[in-house]
Design a protein around this ligand. Sequence first.
Ligand SMILES: *Cc1c(COP(=O)(O)O)cnc(C)c1O
Length: 271
Amino acid sequence: MSTASKVSRPAQERIDEILESLVEIRSRVQAAASSSSTPGSQTLVAVSKYKPSGDILVCHENGQLDFGENYVQELVDKAQELPQDIRWHFIGTLQSNKSKILASIPNLYAIETLTSAKAATALNKAMPAERTSLLNVFLQVNTSGEDSKSGVPPLTASSTSDAELVQLAHHVSTACPRLRLQGLMTIGSIDQSLSDSENKDFETLKVTRDALHKLLEADASVTEKSWGQEGRLLLSMGMSSDFEAALKADADVVRVGTGIFGSRHKKGEGN
Ligand SMILES: *Cc1c(COP(=O)(O)O)cnc(C)c1O
């Protein structure tokens, strides 16, 4: 197995740039979360897609443990050469046929993009016997209803247990013992993130979470607390352009890429 020492560190100028951004984002997270009901418990996931392992190592040396990746092979390669105490969050499109390779990453902490019972079953089955901890999953909700976004439709206060999201949550909590339903995730519409008024996607995810919580509590077949964290379903929402608004709207997990690592080149554009 390779070790972190094989990862080449960036030039000093780049190290300074990353650390300056990381420190700034952290203090903005702290400030925005200070008015929440659970200040200090929010998780900043540093989204490192397309960025070299050396950039990740710099953040890790500064105490950053949660990182997000979108592409399975890129995540596998980075996980192999970076420290084992990193908590990897998979935030890309999840395909059932990639379950096995994802589940084989020992320090995969969470899959944030679960949208189907089929993928949940495949993941549960693919979990290696030697892994002792449960794999956290977030169900991805398409709060904006855009065709370009994946995710299960949101709930309203009057949704019932036959709604797709409730069925999926029920499946994970009752039929997937190696998975833990940790919460809900949304990407949201860019228009909402640019608007000055209340972000409808964040409100929709919150309403969905509250409705799901109620329905799961009433679900007699969900006997144990096989979902949530300390009895709460967490909300993963907010990216570089809107993480402060997300935290003010009760986000537990924010996913920030550009704000920490700078802009990305898209795949096939020479990076
Ligand atoms: C890329 C990505 C992010 C980070 O986006 P930034 O705007 O760079 O902060 C967050 N969440 C998901 C699902 C992503 O794909």
